[in-house]
Write a protein that binds this ligand. Structure first.
Ligand code: FES
Length: 112
């Protein structure tokens, strides 16, 4: 019998979770959704697809509890946290991580 996770772990090399949680604009913690995270997610997903990264999945997530640093994402399996950029150069840098594993140091979230 094949376990459900077996096929997924073989098919996916990396999994990216992008927070799209949205709060009211005056909420003290802010939110990734109010910083256009859904639009950025769409760009990252398109770029990954265009680059043929079929073994990388980019998904929406709820709040990742790093709201103030958003738009936030986390890349597994290594657990690299990013504050996602919204410019071409920045997104290309994140994409390079997804393609060849080079962490985009300038966008990494540091421990709070
Ligand atoms: S709203 Fe995105 S990490 Fe909390």
């Amino acid at each position: 019998m094949t376990k459900l996770g077996d096929g997924l772990s073989n098919a996916l090399r990396m999994h990216v979770f992008v927070c799209i949680n949205e709060r009211e604009h005056d909420h003290p913690r802010g939110s990734c959704g109010s910083k256009e995270s859904l639009v950025i997610l769409g760009k990252l997903k398109s770029k990954a697809r265009e680059s043929g990264l079929n073994d990388v999945r980019v998904n929406k997530s709820g709040c990742l509890n790093r709201c103030e640093s958003g738009p936030t994402c986390v890349v597994y399996p290594e657990g690299t946290w990013y504050s996602l950029p919204d410019d071409e150069e920045g997104l290309s840098s994140i994409l390079k991580h997804l393609a060849v594993g080079n962490v985009s140091e300038e966008h990494v979230l540091v421990e709070e």
